[in-house]
Design a protein around this ligand. Sequence first.
Ligand code: CP
Length: 316
Amino acid sequence: MSMASIQGKNLLGLQDLSREEIEMILHVAKKMKTVVNSDNKKLSLLKGKSVVNMFWEPSTRTRGSFEMAAKYLGADVINFTPRGSSIQKGESFRDTLLTVTAMGVDAIVMRQKQEGSPWFAATCVSPVIINAGDGAHAHPTQGLLDLFTIQEVKGHVDGLKVVIVGDIDHGRVARSNIYGLQKMGAQVHLVGPRTLLQPELASMGVTIHYNLEEAIQDADVVNVLRIQKERQGIGFFPSAGEYNALFGINQKRLALAKKDVLVLHPGPMNRGIEIDTDTCYSACSSIQEQVKNGVSVRMAVLYLTIMGGDDVDITR
Ligand code: CP
């Protein structure tokens, strides 16, 4: 495998990565997964390097898996949250970035409410910036781990019908999935209520549906998005029960998809609203494996952006 290095490249959105770069990350993530699955997960590939996790919004999976990924690779990690930091004394976002950079960090993993803030951060400081989710805009490592999980289960992404269901407009996962899936050759279908799925998204080359039964026909993959209650200023649907009745994923609806349909959800789940309890941990679901794959994919992203190269020697 001979590909361009992404050393020093910020990971802001999947629109900035080529198909070859995505394939390289997935290839390295596959090797990292053998480490995650082994008894001794500690490598020294990032020994002497340091990573700061800066999370202005809550997170369980992304923050935890970035921290684990950095530690498994031998890096030092600082976790930063606004509460308890000098942001509470009025220090600006830019000055906060300059301050952690002055401490000598090699990569800044950041989750911010303001859309575009990782792009702004990349203009302010020199460490690699990795977007761990900016508002309703982008979540590139979630897009990569979803691609990794699809490739692992299906063997390929090319030509698959992938249906993304739910709160598309407020979900940063949707756009990252669209960019990543299209670069890897999937046919992307979006479905949700009209109040949560703007028709203008058709300009991204996806097929828009407002009827779940129609969208899910012969789907290879159904990616269920969380209802983002915290980003919805007003009610976008009358009740959780009505949403579930029209757009909830359950076994009856999945019977319309291909027999070997794969169900994904980025988490956290609103069980009984966008997905039923008997479906989320059923045989067709890889939701728990997605969480595990998040560690491997983030190991690959940290290693390749900090150290470069197009492959990894996991014996180090
Ligand atoms: N999928 C995801 O980003 O989950 P967290 O908010 O728990 O990180």
